[in-house]
Ligand binder design. Structure first.
Ligand SMILES: NC(=O)c1ccc[n+]([C@@H]2O[C@H](COP(=O)([O-])OP(=O)(O)OC[C@H]3O[C@@H](n4cnc5c(N)ncnc54)[C@H](OP(=O)(O)O)[C@@H]3O)[C@@H](O)[C@H]2O)c1
Length: 265
């Protein structure tokens, strides 16, 4: 049995992860953590997730709450992840939280020296494969312009999405470009002709859209679109649970969903 703690347990993703953990024969939910002062504290995590009572109350994040777990699965916020890192010792960490700033990314690199860390902006198998396809397409079509369009629900806090940025990084890798030097977010006003070395991002927000991503490669006479649509959020929860099984018992270090899926890097 792999003992799992879920951070962000009251959220859209956290509840789906709890549901997936509770349904798995080889996993055991031992902690379900959220913000101190949350009204949900004390509620049975399985009941909140719609999976039936499991005897694990929602609690606030603390080192004690993590004492009995083998793997932490995190879908929360950058603040919550930043708070849990110093409390998490060397416990293997699987994180899907997006919108991570440079300080938090550095802290995750540091944390990976103590115990294994797997961070993915998108836990779906399809997006993991899409990243590979985008890198190959960007390399094969060096003079096609790369534009990335993404759409998400109205509650999403960060823009562009972590997935869009990961796709852009794959395109940049295919071109041997420094991503941060070529990324442009939206366009407005007298922006002038499009430079060749540019990756444009466009973020749509509305209603209940789960997650749509399109990578356009546009040449003078044609356009190729590589796209992905998430149909149900459970696909992300299933991917994170798969990653949690995989990371259990691994050596310290940074890992990628491509390692889990055996796609290589
Ligand atoms: N990698 C992927 O495949 C993937 C897929 C979907 C979403 N995401 C990302 O996962 C994250 C969560 O998404 P979601 O849709 O589940 O969001 P959500 O419904 O807003 O849930 C966020 C959870 O984190 C908790 N939280 C927020 N700030 C906290 C803090 N400072 N301390 C402790 N707990 C805190 C929230 O508690 P309260 O309700 O009390 O605020 C809630 O339980 C986002 O970054 C999102 O972009 C990633």
């Amino acid at each position: 049995m792999v003992r799992i703690a879920v951070l962000g347990a009251t959220g859209r993703m956290g509840r789906l992860v709890i549901d997936a953990v509770v349904r798995a024969d080889d996993l055991k939910l031992v902690a379900a953590l959220t913000r101190a002062g949350s009204q949900a504290i004390g509620t049975d995590a399985g009941v909140l997730a719609g999976a039936g009572a499991v005897g694990v109350p929602i609690a606030s994040a603390s080192a004690d709450a993590l004492a009995d777990c083998d793997v932490i699965i995190d879908f929360s916020s950058p603040d919550a992840l930043g708070q849990i890192l110093p409390l998490s010792g060397d416990i293997p960490l699987v994180s899907g939280t997006t919108g991570l700033g440079p300080d938090l990314l550095d802290a995750l690199v540091e944390r990976a020296h103590r115990g294994p860390v797997l961070v993915a902006a998108n836990f779906s198998t399809g997006v993991t494969l899409l990243r590979d396809l985008v890198e190959r397409a960007a390399r094969a079509l060096p003079d096609y312009d790369v534009e990335i369009v993404e759409a998400h629900h109205r509650f999403k806090r960060d823009a562009p999405s972590g997935t869009a940025l990961a796709l852009g990084q794959s395109a940049a890798a295919g071109r041997d470009w420094n991503h941060d030097e070529v990324a442009v977010h939206g366009r407005e006003g007298q922006v002038g002709p499009r430079p060749e070395r540019e990756i444009g991002y466009h973020a749509i927000r509305g209603g209940g859209i789960i997650g749509e991503h399109e990578v356009w490669l546009v040449g003078p006479g044609e356009r190729i679109q590589l796209s992905h649509s998430a149909i149900h959020r459970a696909t992300f929860a299933d991917g994170a649970v798969r990653a949690a099984r995989w990371i259990h018992g691994r050596a310290p270090g940074r890992y990628d969903l491509r390692d889990v899926l055996g796609l290589g890097r």
